[in-house]
Design a protein around this ligand. Structure first.
Ligand SMILES: NC(=O)c1ccc[n+]([C@@H]2O[C@H](COP(=O)([O-])OP(=O)(O)OC[C@H]3O[C@@H](n4cnc5c(N)ncnc54)[C@H](O)[C@@H]3O)[C@@H](O)[C@H]2O)c1
Length: 343
């Protein structure tokens, strides 16, 4: 069995590669990644020399490179994690999101049609459903919830999802889609909420929280997401969408306070900054379908997962310090200016 994992040098894709290497040691895993600012080859160093692993640097939107890879590998399954994934960056500059997230997805699926495939799996997000009001805790996203996006990022992901379903209906491509809530865990790029706050708190820098910090996200430990995708590509029904979520809703502010507590840092580091444009209020997933159909349930409780994550960042300072000292610093200054510095 050969699986092409796109975006495998990023956060969730790399965790998926480690999971699959461990659970299916007889599989061949081919990582296709453009190594954008978010891709980090050092993340994959533990698997780089394994005989059943190959890394290829190319964009999923590069038709020639993608077709050549399919010609060489004849994959059985493609799991597409590759994406521009940061909402803030999509607000600054939407175009690359359309290029990678939509055009890239269509190029990959064209290759699947041309060379044949057992399964094309699209890794999507709960953000395609838009947001829920804070005063309706009874509401959750189901697979039937209409697509209703807020940011250029979520719109590009929704556009890709619609294309995936269209390729299934029009060309009979054997596809599945998973729409997951916010992930956290090892190798999370330090521009996202949890790793950003851990890194800043460890450096006694201000902890920039958007607006009043009351936005609610549903957090899932990354390993649980990887297990869900493993199940879907093996046992999921072709043409179906599966929501994946942790039933673990927390406000951004509570997350930041918890990180302060775990690291023994004062809450006075928290600094409220101007809210994100079009900021979604609440995401909450109803994962009944994947539980009933495939028996999936999240296994890591948030209290344990956040401790494991903090411990990982403490033990892998070299990984994230290299990132935050490089080009990323310019982006940080642009987004947060000197508000990110502790005065
Ligand atoms: N992080 C989350 O909480 C979350 C939640 C739900 C869904 N998702 C989805 O999961 C996927 C992975 O997210 P992540 O957080 O790991 O992202 P990430 O930004 O950490 O990693 C993205 C990876 O894709 C690569 N990439 C970007 N453009 C590419 C291109 N044109 N061709 C090939 N590779 C390219 C990058 O180099 C990087 O390695 C994305 O599709 C995202 O929409 C993420």
């Amino acid at each position: 069995m050969t699986i092409i994992v796109t975006g495998g040098a990023g956060f969730i894709g790399s965790n998926f590669i480690f999971h699959m290497m461990d659970k299916h040691p007889d599989y061949r895993l081919v990582c296709l990644d453009a190594l954008t600012y978010a891709g980090n080859l050092s993340t994959l160093k533990s698997v780089m020399d394994k005989p059943n692993f190959r890394f290829v640097k190319a964009s999923i939107a590069d038709r020639e490179a993608v077709y050549q890879l399919f010609e060489e590998e004849h994959p059985d399954i493609v799991v597409n994690f590759a994406a521009e994934s940061h909402v803030d960056r999509s607000i600054e500059d939407p175009e690359i999101f359309l290029q990678t997230n939509i055009i890239g997805t269509s190029v990959l699926m064209d290759a699947c049609r041309k060379y044949g495939i057992q399964r094309y799996h699209q890794v999507s997000t709960d953000e395609v459903y838009g947001d829920l009001p804070l005063d309706r805790p009874d509401l959750f996203f189901t697979e039937e919830t209409p697509i209703h996006t807020s940011s250029p990022y979520s719109s590009s992901k929704a556009g890709a999802d619609l294309l995936v379903l269209a390729y299934h209906r029009t060309y009979g491509l054997p596809v599945t889609i998973s729409r997951c809530s916010n992930n956290y865990g090892p190798y999370h790029f330090p521009e996202k909420l949890i790793p950003l706050m851990i890194a800043n708190a460890l450096n006694d820098k201000a902890l920039p929280v958007y607006g009043t910090g009351e936005n609610v996200r549903d957090w899932l430990y990354v390993e649980d997401h990887c297990k869900a995708i493993d199940l879907i590509i093996h046992k999921g029904t072709v043409g179906e969408v599966y929501n994946v979520g942790g039933h673990n809703e927390m406000t951004n502010l509570d997350i930041v306070k918890l990180i302060c507590k775990e690291l023994g840092k004062p809450e006075s580091l928290i600094q409220f900054v101007a809210d994100r444009k079009g900021h979604d209020m609440r995401y909450a997933i109803d994962p009944t379908k994947i539980h009933n159909d495939l028996g999936w349930l999240p296994e890591t409780k948030f209290a344990d997962g956040i401790k494991k994550t903090i411990q990982w960042y403490l033990e892998h300072k070299d990984w994230w310090e290299e990132i935050i000292s490089g080009e990323y610093q310019n982006y940080y200054e642009k987004m947060y200016g000197n508000r990110g510095e502790r005065k």
